[in-house]
Ligand binder design. Structure first.
Ligand code: SF4
Length: 436
């Protein structure tokens, strides 16, 4: 059997000439002295005999029993220091058939895909994320999201490699200018772990968008001479797979542009590589406020002690955290799973933000649900749980139409005198709406 060997351009090995300069002295921003150390304890409250409750600190669990068992089995020689080092996690990514075949009992559909050199997106999973996968169950949510199956090889007529038309709205390679006041700045096409449903599978992991200095300079120069741009979203690939110095070089250059009001970072790192959120990184990010983050999560099983710690460190640095979730068939397409995920995110101080209808990417048919399914989920959440926990469900319109919010219809009738509304409990209410 011939197995595809995935070769991923290693950003850590780029030439010296491509290294952006040190951020030192580029921007005169007051350095903070605070340290954003990982939380050492969480609190629990217990009742006393007097009927009061007292708060006790208890040690924060460092990882789940599942992760510990996985480490013991596959990485017995690896020290805690190495395992918790994001660069060790990066250099130890699972990228080859022989390695994943030792860790998981592969299904025929997975074997078929892994032996076929035709799939678009490389295979790459951090050891940490691999520790969360089920060994026996190919239908487990997290496993389906990162292990290829033969479904990826099926192309449907409605699918395309670039359904959002990003390539046509790109004035500079890697810069998408779709909305007047904001741009999407793709720093690189590399991720530590590749999601099989990735909207940018046409570029991600192919080594075509590199964080080279000249391309980044051209994009920054475009932003600098376009005064309508007040918001820059850094994405990729995953921007947090860059070194602190490279990332700071980009952020500091953007922060020096007077009309750039906010900088946002889109990342899946807290879910797949939480070790990357180090005190040094958050201390650096804290210097460039207002800076926001959109964190990509798909399932409550991603909300582990490691991820909780990473999100808390970012939140403690004053970074507003929002979530992005793709609606995926057989992974999170139920009211129960979605509600549980959103509740877990709230506990990690991440505000549920967008729930995306899965884009019609080539080979994504096995992941897509109907839009009715998404509406059913929102209907099952709105009113039944905290309003903050309900994300905005959107369809990213094909060919660059932008995000269009989708809402269940609560209006039964609208006359010149009143609105007839149906609430979450299916009860009918009449609201007087006549012109005064
Ligand atoms: S993290 Fe984002 S860019 Fe990377 S593979 Fe997943 S969806 Fe694509």
């Amino acid at each position: 059997m011939q197995h595809k060997e995935t070769i991923i351009p290693d950003i850590l090995m780029m030439g010296e000439d491509d290294e952006p300069p040190s951020p030192a002295n580029l921007l005169n921003i007051e350095k903070t002295t605070s340290q954003f150390a990982p939380p050492k304890a969480i609190y629990t409250s217990i009742p006393t005999l007097a009927g009061n409750r007292i708060r006790l600190a208890r040690p924060h669990p460092r990882s789940t029993p599942k992760t510990r068992a996985f480490r013991k089995k596959y990485y017995p020689e690896v020290s805690d220091k190495e395992w918790n080092d994001w660069q060790w996690q990066m250099s130890s990514r699972i990228r080859r058939f022989d390695k994943i075949n030792k860790m998981l009992k592969l299904s025929p559909e997975e074997l078929d895909a892994l032996s076929n050199p035709g799939f678009q997106l490389p295979l790459s999973i951090t050891p940490y994320y691999a520790s969360l996968l089920s060994v026996d169950d190919p239908l487990q949510a997290l496993r389906r999201s990162v292990v290829p199956t033969s479904g990826e090889l099926v192309k449907m007529p409605c699918e395309s490699d670039d359904p959002l038309g990003e390539d046509h709205q790109s004035p500079i390679p890697g810069l998408v200018h779709r909305y007047p006041d904001r741009v999407l700045f793709l720093l690189l096409d590399f991720c530590s772990t590749y999601c099989r449903y990735c909207t940018r599978s046409r570029v991600v992991g192919h080594g075509s968008i590199l964080p080279g200095r000249s391309r980044l300079e051209r994009a920054i120069e475009y932003i600098s001479r376009t005064p309508t741009i007040r918001d820059v979203l850094l994405s990729g690939g995953d921007p947090l797979t860059l070194s602190d110095d490279r990332l700071e070089w980009v952020i500091s250059r953007l922060r020096a542009i007077p009309h750039v009001e906010i900088i946002r970072i889109g990342t899946k790192v807290p879910a797949v590589l939480p070790q990357r959120i180090t005190p040094k990184l958050v201390k650096m990010l804290h210097r460039y406020h207002p800076l926001w983050m959109s964190l990509h999560f798909i399932h409550p099983d991603e909300c582990t002690p490691e991820t909780n710690r990473a999100c808390n460190m970012l939140a403690d640095a004053g970074i507003p955290l929002g979530s992005q979730t793709v609606l995926l068939k057989g992974i999170n397409d139920s009211v129960e799973t979605m509600t549980q995920l959103m509740h877990q995110l709230m506990m990690m101080r991440v505000r549920p933000y967008y729930l995306y209808q899965c884009d019609p990417i080539t080979g994504s048919g096995h992941f897509r649900t109907s839009v009715e399914k998404g509406l059913e989920i929102i209907r099952g959440m709105r009113g039944f749980t905290t309003g903050y926990s309900v994300p905005t469900y959107v369809v990213d319109a094909p060919r660059g139409g932008g995000k269009i919010p989708m809402m269940p219809d609560y209006v039964e009738q609208h006359t010149s005198e009143a609105l007839v509304l149906r609430n979450y409990e299916n009860k009918i209410f009449r609201y007087p709406d006549s012109a005064i």
